[in-house]
Design a protein around this ligand. Structure first.
Ligand code: BGC
Length: 762
């Protein structure tokens, strides 16, 4: 796509050249040359539309079919019944619906649109296909822990294959918001705290959802959300105010959106939050200047669920009419759920407050997208009840769910090589609220998946071991409340066992949208269970379920082995068993740092040094740290163990990088253990002196390397000047010559091997 050409060009240019290019008329021509083709009939169609029909094309509603799945996931609306919604379709008052229920619903609605509406414009069906459709893959933050963008692309592809067969044309994914405050429950839906990982996962998921051609019956339109800085909510409180410098916005929060755009995403969703006083839904700078101006975006923008209406509660719009006007003029083409565009845009145009040309431009974008999705050629191309069944939960997609599950698991600790466990001869007690049962397996943000079809931990373990009779299962505690006699039963089971699997953590409703937590800890009743079980003295493997990083403490953090298992989806129990019993050596790495204390939030490994950093070693007075705890993570970004023993040595780096040159950095990585593993080798840099202070470390590259027992590999990375770009004082990307530190390391806060180089002047 044209955007890719621009971005590569930008990426290969230095600061001055980049700025010059941005102001060069040739750039505008190139963008025009690459403009998305809009079929000629669309302008003819727009010319025939009434203002009410135009507003209808800009109005998306939650589906009413079957009581409306959408309202189970969102604040309840007071829309019409399904029959009422069919009437709206006939009147051309809807562009489409979302979170409906399968091909049969889509068939009935599309039939009404194509046979009974005046202009016969096909409907668009959308849904929150966030981490799978009927086959559920790990929650996105878990999948990001795989550090394998190719995997994220494959699961998104598989999700499209299933969902597009169920009549879904458009998914509200990927969420590409960076999350640096783990109190924010939607951490589970993104790729974590890091910009580079966020960019790579964003583009992979867009490619996966959209496939080769949006017309294909296994492709869906993707949606980059939530634009922008939704994850920067103050105090990690969902929907809260964001007050942020333009520099941080451009350096941390916008890049994954740009990456999604460069990968070809053609819909954006405006975020609920305000940025420095202006709600995103009413932020013309964000959508018109940055997105459509600087980035030459040619798709459309949809509001989030009632985002326009919420500008009234923000205190930014006086009433519905003003909210519709502000959102529309700021660049939101389509309104979701409130109905404000349908109710007010025609009048706003008639009174001259909104130019009709603006309305036509938005309608054109939406209709062009329907054409790109092939809906004008065949409105039923994704609607086929038989195909929906045939593509649902097939063997290959379930196998992919298992692969994705085990690759998402992060092993935080493994003292005395407690793991992997032998498959025979050990009595295993699985204890905890997540030990067994058809609940809390798929994770938050699942519209269509069924926990009843997912594999729980006990089932996975029993399928792996030689003798199921040696496995006992005890609940021990509820998620947030004790169960009568739970601890006594758990202690008895632990006593009778050789090893305990302690399945504790967060339930589905402790993370996800609107589930901010002030205390990001394992809930107290489960901690009591953990302490009681630990006191028995048997080896304990913590199998943690979580949608965010947690501050682990007490018996949990002291357990000899800890696996972070997130919410792994359909094949969860099998995926965990693969790791527990050594069929798979863990490869996952933390995409978000696990803090020492909840009070350390927000936290990112890529923090600034401050003027008073604590030197390595003991805490010193008048240095930047909280009382009693180092200013670092307990388990940092990038951390994760394997079943090998990995050694880093022999960093090789040239003393300098020419301005237009390339720097080759390498290190030797050796597996001194007795099992074959894959190690995620990470390269970080630090810019020692710059005109804007720089983070203590920044991830610049990583690679997964397979290492047989005893094997070594020299892992080589190549850096160029544009890898060292940052946002300067003018809020534009710049690079400055000077000294840089470089690490090749197993995590963001371990030393690995370290060197330095100088970026020479031009
Ligand atoms: C969420 C979006 C989602 C929408 C529709 C909103 O509450 O913020 O991410 O796509 O609901 O379900």
């Amino acid at each position: 796509m044209f955007d890719t050409r621009i971005s590569r060009r930008a990426a290969l240019m230095g600061a001055g050249a980049f700025a010059a290019w941005m102001h060069n008329p040739a750039r505008a021509m190139l963008w025009q040359a690459g403009a998305l083709p809009v079929p000629a009939f669309i302008d003819g169609l727009i010319a025939r539309m009434t203002l009410a029909e135009k507003a209808g094309q800009l109005t998306l509603m939650p589906a009413a079919w079957g009581g409306g799945v959408a309202t189970a996931l969102n604040p309840a609306g007071n829309g019409p019944s399904f029959d009422g919604q069919l009437d709206e379709v006939r009147q051309g008052r809807l562009t489409g619906v979302f979170n409906g229920n399968g091909a049969e619903m889509a068939r009935r609605m599309q039939t009404a649109a194509m046979t009974q509406s005046r202009l016969k414009i096909p409907l668009l069906f959308a849904a929150d296909v966030i981490h799978g459709h009927r086959t559920i893959f790990p929650v996105p933050v878990g999948e990001a822990a795989s550090f394998e963008p190719g995997l994220a692309e494959r699961t998104a592809r598989a999700a499209s294959y299933e969902a597009a067969a169920a009549g879904i044309d458009w998914t509200f994914a990927p969420m590409v918001d960076i999350a640096r405050d783990q109190r924010w429950g939607r951490t589970m839906e993104g790729a974590g705290e890091d910009v580079l990982l966020g960019e790579l996962i964003a583009e992979a998921r867009v490619r996966g959802f959209q496939g080769k051609d949006l017309k294909d019956d296994d492709a869906m339109l993707a949606c980059a959300k939530h634009f922008a800085a939704y994850g920067a909510a103050e105090a990690g409180l969902d929907y809260n105010t964001v007050d942020i410098s333009e520099r941080t916005l451009r350096e941390v929060y916008l890049p994954p959106f740009k990456a999604a755009l460069d990968a070809g995403v053609l819909s954006f969703m405006a975020s609920f939050n305000e940025i420095s006083g202006v709600p995103s839904t009413g932020n013309g700078w964000l959508m018109e200047e940055v997105l459509r101006g600087e980035w030459a975006y040619q798709g459309f923008v949809v509001s989030d669920y009632t985002g326009d209406m919420e500008m009234i509660d923000h205190g930014f719009a006086a009433d519905a009419r003003e909210a519709a006007k502000l959102a529309f003029l700021a660049g939101v083409d389509m309104s979701m759920t409130s109905g404000f565009y349908r109710d007010h845009l025609p009048d706003l145009v008639e009174k001259g407050e909104v130019p009709v040309a603006r309305m036509d431009a938005s309608v054109r974008r939406v209709l062009a997208m329907k054409a790109r999705l092939g809906l004008f050629d065949d409105p039923f191309r994704r609607i086929d009840v038989k195909r929906e069944k045939a593509r649902s939960r097939t063997k290959p997609t379930l196998a992919l769910a298992r692969e994705a599950g085990r690759k998402s698991i992060v092993m935080l600790k493994n003292e005395g090589d407690l793991l992997p466990l032998p498959k025979a001869g050990k009595r295993i007690a699985i204890i905890g609220p997540f030990a067994s049962g058809q609940h809390d397996i798929n994770g938050p943000w699942v519209v269509y998946g069924d926990n009843g079809q997912a594999v729980d931990l006990a089932t996975g373990v029993k399928a792996a071991v030689a003798d199921k009779g040696l496995v006992t299962v005890v609940e021990g505690s509820g998620v947030e409340a004790p169960v009568p006699g739970g601890i006594e039963a758990a202690v008895a089971a632990a006593r009778a066992a050789d090893v305990v699997l302690l399945a504790i953590g967060e339930s589905e409703n402790l993370s996800g949208e609107a589930q901010s937590r002030a205390e990001i800890v394992v809930p107290a009743p489960q901690m009591a269970l953990a302490e009681a079980v630990a006191a028995v003295g048997k080896p304990v493997v913590v199998v943690l379920k979580n949608g965010r990083a947690l501050a682990l403490a007490g018996a949990v953090v002291q357990a000899p082995a800890i696996l972070v298992t997130w919410f792994l989806g359909s094949e969860s129990g099998h995926a965990i068993a693969d790791v527990l019993f050594g069929d798979y050596s863990p490869t996952g790495r933390l995409p978000c740092s696990f803090p020492r204390s909840p009070g350390q939030q927000p936290y990112s490994y890529a923090h600034k040094p401050t003027g008073r950093p604590n030197p390595p070693g003991d805490l010193q007075p008048y240095k930047a740290h909280y009382r009693g705890i180092p200013n670092s993570a307990l388990f940092p970004f990038g951390h994760g163990l394997t079943y090998g023993r990995i050694e880093y040595s022999g960093l090789s780096v040239a003393p300098s990088m020419a301005w237009d040159g390339e720097l080759v950095v390498s290190a030797k990585v050796t597996n001194r253990g007795s099992r074959a593993v894959e190690e995620v080798v990470q390269l970080y840099t630090h810019d020692r002196v710059a005109s804007v202070t720089r983070p203590v470390r920044e991830l610049k590259a990583f690679r997964k390397v397979a290492l047989a027992p005893g094997a070594s590999e020299v892992v080589t990375f190549r850096l160029r000047r544009d890898n060292l770009l940052f946002i300067g004082r003018e809020n534009k990307p710049i690079v400055e010559p000077g000294k840089f530190d470089v690490w090749i390391a197993p995590s963001a806060e371990t030393e690995g091997v370290r060197g330095s180089f100088e970026l020479a002047r031009a």
